[in-house]
Design a protein around this ligand. Sequence first.
Ligand code: 2AM
Length: 217
Amino acid sequence: MIEVKFVRLFIAINFENEMINKLVGLRDDLQETSSCGRFSLPENLHLTLAFLGECDDKQTAAAKAAMEKTTLGPFDLVIDHIGRFKRDGGDIWWAGVQENKSLLDLQQKLSAELRKNGFRLENRKYSPHITLGREVETSAKPRPIEQLGETVSKIDLMKSERINGKLTYTSIYRCGKRVTPIVVEPYNPKWATEFEKIRSYLLSKKRGHFLFEKHRN
Ligand code: 2AM
């Protein structure tokens, strides 16, 4: 008999170290004002786009295919508040994402591709958050915070498992591009001469009038 192996999967945005350090600062602030709670490890801080649950090999391949079909242009993501989901036995506290059309588009496109590939996803409204702590009892209040953020250009298929009792998330597949910095050439005085030649030529032919006059202060 063939044994079918299942893995617990979700698709998430992971962050660079600088952003993780800032999120750890928020987690530490929360922990300091809490009498109890299970607080997220730095390596587990992420933003979930879709929770897939237990998947076999075929579903894992289908999830990868859906990610590939979801186009991802780099966009800026900003965290600007701390909030909570009320729960009996201790709340879930999180860092909240500022309203972001690019993020919602990404989440919706990805969900549509996942559904096409057979996944049954939750129909709840997407509420983007980065969990800082669970089962938290605290005197802290939900509040706006100084903005922090980074440019997002990739998404990860994450495996969730307990290793020696420790909740461990591992990226098993990554989609998207690293952001390539725009290279600005150093100023070259030759350009000024060339530009002046073109400008004089166009003005002499009365072709460049609109182009050059429009931007004159
Ligand atoms: P949470 O942080 O609010 O619990 C891995 O569990 C990731 O998937 C977490 O970010 C978790 O969000 C999210 N997730 C969404 N729906 C889930 C569900 N039904 N069960 C477990 N995790 C879920």
